[in-house]
Design a protein around this ligand. Structure first.
Ligand SMILES: Nc1ncnc2c1ncn2[C@@H]1O[C@H](COP(=O)(O)OP(=O)(O)OP(=O)(O)O)[C@@H](O)[C@H]1O
Ligand SMILES: [Mg+2]
Length: 497
């Protein structure tokens, strides 16, 4: 067929202890959005890294418009018009947005001096075309995860490539930003660009993709036209079994005692935050990106200082100077930014699992109880079905979703009374999602108090006993599980003061 851009066949790729790709195949046509689906660790990112020269394949053939495609490194792929937005954000925090986007190809004057004016002009043009609300001169390190993701997208688009690979581009975006992205994707499709789209959000499939290729355990399962299959059929292809979803939270019998009380909390970006969370309760925090939910979590965890207000745990007032104080008071925080705060990617699985509970894994002389750590890690890998060859594997070698499971496991291993989960299922596949929901329900049933921040409304509605909605740094409403609906939450989430 003349409109075939990319053809990959018989692709094998092994890492020590892992056969990541087995006889894998993939075809991309010009002017299509092609979804690549599969469970965490199925091999999606690896296949795309082989295509873009990040990894070299062990076997197989690749062609671009019918001619052999040779990509000895990532630069070679870029030069051939193949751009990728990687799942893990790759920007340099100490450079500005503009510098990041044009890194390695900055406009020069006199041959070597950086032409800053020209750089800024180019970036502003790019942002205008994409209708992005980003300041080119802001340091990337100061941006939220969502903004960093937008900057990554802008960078990939700036190459004007004919193949564009997006590895979970919407994981950190809110609905409004996703809409903007879809407008851009549709424009690119019209102009003939071939787009590979990787996402765990099932609802996006039907809306934006033309075909779906499903992978399982590194193997090719099949390619279908999106319009001709149901989501259930795709999930069945992905997991090879049916998923039972028994995650609806049980009704609470009355309210338990208040475990966490926040009163009149003020700091930059937060206005007079007051709420209570009870024993055995899951409190959902809803709101748009930037509403202040993560800021509340960080204040309770002692990561940011507060100007005024009180935080009490079981009636006792906390003095939080740093996260360590919160951890001592029995608070665990699963951060939305797992790369910066979540896990230590250069350490192995077992040390990450133990990281939040070191004191219980050392004896009085400070010796580390290696065997106990290994047992805890094995248990966690089993409970969360983490895909890793062994618990000594460095976390950076795990797939994105499996890294997220490690962060969850870290806080589960430490027996906290209060657990704050910030976007707990971001990047997690559908099967593992229901495992995590079940786990949260079990934790609540066993008497833990859970705060769950999520940008996915269905997740909030399904998990929360009570929903707190925020807008522009204030709490704009509280809804009980019977009152909470998508419409009511959206109304409160946009209720400006
Ligand atoms: N550099 C590496 N070294 C060792 N193993 C690796 C490496 N990169 C990937 N793997 C392994 O290869 C397998 C496939 O990983 P990959 O990242 O492609 O999965 P994925 O389908 O993208 O999953 P996710 O949805 O979680 O992002 C996993 O078992 C992973 O641990
Ligand atoms: Mg991946």
């Amino acid at each position: 067929m003349s409109d075939v851009l990319i053809q990959m066949e018989g692709i094998d790729k092994a890492f020590p202890g892992v056969q990541a790709l087995k006889d894998c195949r993939f075809e991309l046509r010009s002017g299509e959005v092609h979804a690549l689906m599969g469970e965490n660790g199925a091999g999606k990112s690896t296949l795309m890294k082989v295509l873009t020269g990040v990894y070299q394949r062990d076997a197989g053939t690749m062609t671009l418009r019918g001619s052999e495609l040779v990509v000895p490194n990532a630069k070679a792929a870029q030069d051939k018009g193949i751009a990728i937005i990687h799942q893990e954000l790759n920007l340099a925090p100490d450079l500005t947005v503009a510098q990041n986007i044009f890194i390695g190809r900055e406009p020069r004057k006199l041959g070597f001096l950086l032409n800053e004016k020209e750089l800024n002009r180019k970036v502003e043009q790019l942002f205008q075309r994409l209708r992005l609300d980003l300041d080119p001169n802001e340091l990337v390190g100061n941006l939220t995860v969502a903004k960093q993701q937008l900057a990554e997208i802008a960078k990939a688009l700036s190459y004007n490539s004919e193949v564009l690979i997006m590895d979970e581009p919407t994981a950190a975006l809110s609905d409004a930003e996703i809409e903007e992205l879809f407008v851009i994707i549709r424009e690119l499709r019209r102009s003939g660009v071939g787009i590979v789209y990787i996402s765990h959000r099932m609802d996006e499939l039907k809306r934006i993709t033309d075909r779906v290729t499903v992978m399982r355990d590194g193997s090719y399962i099949g390619t279908v036209a999106t319009a001709e299959v149901t989501n259930e059929q795709i999930i069945a292809m992905m997991v090879g079994r049916e998923i039972y979803d028994s995650s609806k939270p049980k009704r609470r019998e009355g309210k338990g005692e208040p475990v966490l009380e926040v009163e009149g909390l003020n700091r930059k970006g937060l206005k007079n935050i007051s709420f209570k969370a009870h024993k055995g309760e899951i409190v959902g925090f809803a709101g748009l990106i930037g509403a202040g939910r993560t800021e509340v979590a960080r204040a309770i965890f002692g990561a940011d200082p507060i100007d005024s207000g009180e935080i009490r745990v079981k009636g006792r007032k906390l003095r939080l100077r740093e996260p360590h104080d919160a951890v001592k008071a029995g608070i665990g925080y699963l951060s939305e930014d797992r790369k910066r705060f979540g896990c230590i990617v250069d350490m192995d699985v077992q040390m990450n699992v133990a990281a939040a509970s070191m004191s219980s894994f050392t004896n009085r002389l400070g010796w580390i109880k290696e065997k106990r750590i290994a047992e805890a890690a094995d248990k966690m890998v089993e409970t969360l079905k983490v895909k890793t060859p062994h618990i000594r594997q460095e976390v950076k070698f795990l797939s994105g979703g499996n890294q997220q499971k490690i962060v969850i496991g870290k806080w589960l291993t430490r027996d906290c009374d209060i657990l704050i989960f910030d976007e707990p299922t971001r990047g997690i596949d559908v099967g593992a999602k229901s495992e995590i929901y079940k786990l949260l329900n079990d934790l609540a049933a066993s008497g833990k108090t859970i705060l769950m921040i999520s940008s996915e409304l269905p997740e909030i509605l399904r998990m929360s006993h009570r929903v707190i909605v925020m807008c522009e740094g204030r709490i704009t409403g509280e809804l009980d599980q019977d009152e909470a609906t998508q419409e009511r939450i959206m109304h409160l989430a946009t209720l400006r003061g």
